[in-house]
Design a protein around this ligand. Structure first.
Ligand code: SIN
Length: 502
């Protein structure tokens, strides 16, 4: 199928102002002391060179966000609602360009990218409505003539650190509640995929201008300098950090943020079990694997890491999944016939290979994939970060893939006998982000849902992420909830006002 794969981010856009390589500090786009390249993972071409800032720039951005906070926190919830709806509308009306940028810097297919842009806009629309539903309480007092009232106030300046796997949606999932609550933000865009953050800020600035709000409610500070980011975690003016990324980094940020008692939301690593019981609908379970395991080529923290299949249904499930995987096509995300794009970098490909090699050396069988895909040009194979989605059977709990998040397109199948075995294996991990299972028995559904140690459980579905559903983990997968009616509170503080003498 004929298609064209852009070689520069600027050329790829129909609305050129969306392309920005500078940071946004103090209400203006500015260049940094250095730059860093942004690579297209399908070709390894440099598609942009983005400004890289130092700690002093973060310090200035935090000051500017604090100054803007004084005005923005006084806006009414209804005004914030309208402003956020406008921002969501602008994202939707530029969806095609945003999807193009997303595919170019992240690699996922254009279809997936378009889906992500809508998913991203949905968080802004959702929190537009939540802004005006921020209720308090009236609490009867034990002291005669007194009454307690609670109000919710913005926590203050928020530091936002988002990952590369959802360059639009993971920014909007944090921006929506922050602005709905009346907070101002300093964003450190993901270094692999900063261009979508910049484009979102172009649209945000348009909405800000139309509503006469301070430009400084958002600061965008890209950097490749890890030391510089520390300013966000240590500066006492920052009152909250929202981070999505790995568990070790999340723990380190939380430790540092504790020194100034910042509120934190940590959306960290996972090791999701995906259990198929004997009474499951096999077709639905396979559809779920495609939606969950192979979304973004397996690079999501909620994707199934371990497929546990009950003995009686094992062979039928493996055969059905294998047939579906044979229809996959790996290549450029701009090719409409491609189902799976490249991984984010070479290290990601190596990790998938490492998990396959370890499993095979311990007795697992590689039934499908795991190699460089056929049908790509020598240049694509040489430069792009491609690997065929892989299917392993005979996987056991001593293998690396049982403990460690692959974060890639590898489906490892573990066989089990009883419901209790499945629950034990599923919970045998320090992580607790997502878990999935398929069964048609109501008692199993209720029992297993309650016993799985995860913040989110998908039953008879592989799709659990949506603006209205609380997203977040337990155990070492993090703290806090994003999206949903609970997400706003993460950006607020509750104040109790006791009025006496009444
Ligand atoms: C993530 O992988 O970080 C988020 C995935 C989602 O929102 O579904």
């Amino acid at each position: 199928m004929a298609f064209s794969h852009p070689t520069s981010a600027y050329d790829a856009l129909s609305h050129k102002p969306l392309f920005r390589e500078q940071g946004f500090i103090g209400g203006a786009w500015i260049s940094g002391p250095e730059t860093f390249p942004v690579h297209d993972p399908a070709t390894n071409n440099v598609v942009a060179n983005v400004a890289s800032f130092d700690a002093a720039a973060f310090g200035r951005a935090i000051e500017c966000a604090q100054a803007a906070l004084q005005q923005y926190k006084e806006t009414s919830e209804h005004q914030r609602c309208k402003f956020l709806h406008r921002f969501a509308g602008l994202i939707r009306s530029h969806a095609s360009d945003l999807a193009t940028l997303l595919t170019l810097e992240n690699g996922k297919t254009l279809t997936e990218a378009a889906g992500e842009v809508e998913y991203g806009a949905s968080f802004i629309s959702w929190f537009a409505e939540e802004a005006i539903r921020s209720y308090g309480d009236i609490i009867p007092s034990q002291h005669a003539g007194s009454t307690n009232f609670t109000i919710r106030q913005p926590v203050g300046v928020c530091g936002i650190i988002a990952p590369w796997n959802f360059p639009v949606a993971m920014i909007t999932r944090k921006l929506g509640p922050a602005f709905a609550a009346g907070c101002t933000v300093v964003i450190k865009p993901p270094s692999e995929t900063p261009l979508c953050t910049m484009a979102l800020n172009v649209l945000l600035q348009q909405a800000i201008e139309e509503f006469g709000l301070p430009r400084d409610i958002v600061q965008v500070v890209p950097t490749r300098n890890r030391e510089a980011i520390t300013e966000l975690y240590t500066n006492p003016t920052v009152k909250k950090i929202s981070f999505t990324g790995s568990t070790p980094v999340g723990k380190a940020i939380t430790r540092t943020a504790a020194d100034t008692m910042k509120k934190v939301s940590m959306e960290l690593g996972g090791n999701a079990p995906y259990i198929i019981f004997n009474d499951a609908d096999v077709k639905a379970a396979v559809d779920g694997v495609l939606a969950c395991k192979f979304r973004c080529s397996g690079q999501t923290c909620v994707c199934a890491n371990r497929l546990l299949v009950q003995a009686e249904i094992h062979d039928q499930f493996v055969q059905s999944l294998l047939e579906r995987m044979k229809t996959f096509k790996v290549g450029s995300g701009f090719d409409p016939s491609v189902t799976h794009g490249p991984l984010v970098n070479k290290a990601a490909v190596s990790k998938v290979r490492e998990h396959i090699d370890d499993a095979v050396s311990r007795g697992a069988k590689l039934l499908f994939g795991g190699h460089a895909p056929t049908g790509l040009s020598p240049r694509e194979l040489d430069c792009g970060f491609f690997i065929e989605p892989a299917l392993l059977t005979g996987v056991t709990t001593e293998m690396k893939v049982a403990r460690d998040e692959t974060f890639g397109p590898l489906a490892p199948i573990f066989k089990f006998d009883t419901v209790e075995d499945a629950i034990r294996i599923a919970n045998d991990t320090e992580f607790g982000l997502a878990a999935y299972f398929f069964s048609s028995d109501m008692r199993t559904i209720w029992h297993v849902s309650r016993r799985l140690e995860a913040g989110m459980v998908g039953v008879n579905t592989g799709k659990i992420s949506a603006a209205e559903a609380p997203f977040g983990g337990i155990k070492e997968s993090g703290v806090g909830k994003e999206g949903s009616k609970y997400g706003l509170a993460e950006y607020q503080v509750i104040k109790n006002i006791t009025i006496g003498g009444m």
